[in-house]
Design a protein around this ligand. Structure first.
Ligand SMILES: [Fe+2]
Ligand SMILES: [Fe+2]
Length: 272
């Protein structure tokens, strides 16, 4: 079995130390094969915040780490840095590749940088990015869980979140569903949910594609009444003829117990 720990919106600079400790403990207990951190790693893209975030990721002692920048990882007030080196701090801490991938025998994870310095908060996926992902998905094998990661959500469930939805997201999910994507992971709105995209886009997507959103993992910037949360994804490659099944678990921080607890398990039947 391959286990992924999906975390998002850590917003270092606003992290809660007890939650940090609890997430380190969860990672030790779950021993994931990879950690996926889908952006807003820092609160204000300051070098000390990136350094704390990097130290935290290293402390998890997980072999594979895939990170993406979020809008908060681009300087907001330092206009020169925003114009001339928007990803300088991010790259210094997490490397120069803004669209990393992870590929194992039973897994393909494709990162898409949806931040745009000129758009401030808003995210976007370009036609070129959509097509790059489609091309990679078409090369995937049946036994591989196919995961696309963005920062801003590709799909939202509440009308009031439409303004935070990825520009180009509707076109992207249609194309990625058709090309064989199983999950699209994201964050940004600090609202965790799991939903089949088929029911959220018009016309309906031709194949199940699940939008898996994480809340804020560590920050006091919790919203919508949702506590700090992360997702654990479990995948066992199916034998021939068996259905493709994936388990996604939402783990919420329990303030009384000071630990993450499994609160929402989802057993998903994936497309072929
Ligand atoms: Fe955020
Ligand atoms: Fe964000």
């Amino acid at each position: 079995m391959t286990v992924l720990l999906h975390i998002s919106d850590t917003h270092f600079g606003t992290e809660e130390p007890p939650v940090v400790e609890a997430l380190q403990r969860l990672a030790r207990e779950q021993a994931p094969d990879a950690v996926i951190l889908s952006g807003d790693i820092t609160q204000r893209a300051r070098s000390a915040q990136f350094a704390a975030a990097r130290a935290f990721c290293d402390s998890l002692q997980v072999k594979h780490l895939l990170t993406l920048p979020g809008n908060h990882d681009i300087p907001l007030y330092n206009v020169a840095a925003r114009m001339f080196s928007p990803y300088g701090g991010y790259k210094a801490a997490f490397g120069g590749n803004l669209e990393p991938e992870l590929e194992f025998g039973d897994l393909l994870v494709i990162g898409v940088n949806t931040t745009r310095p000129h758009r401030h908060k808003d995210g976007e996926v370009s036609v070129k990015q959509v097509n790059r992902v489609v091309h990679r998905l078409r090369e995937a094998r049946r036994e591989q869980l196919r995961v696309v990661v963005t920062h801003q959500p590709a799909c939202v469930m509440r009308p009031e979140d439409e303004k935070d939805r990825l520009h180009g997201g509707e076109v992207a999910v249609q194309a990625w569903a058709r090309a064989g994507a199983d999950l699209v992971l994201g964050g940004h709105i600090h609202l965790p949910y799991v939903s089949d995209v088929c029911s959220l886009v018009q016309p309906a997507a031709p194949r199940s594609l699940y939008c898996v959103q994480a809340g804020t993992a560590l920050s006091h910037r919790v919203r919508h009444g949702s506590p700090n949360s992360v997702n654990v994804i479990r995948w066992t490659a199916p034998v021939e003829g068996a259905p493709r099944l994936c388990r996604v678990e939402r783990w919420d921080f329990d303030l009384a117990e000071c630990r993450f607890e499994l609160t929402h398990p989802y057993d998903l039947t994936l497309g072929e």
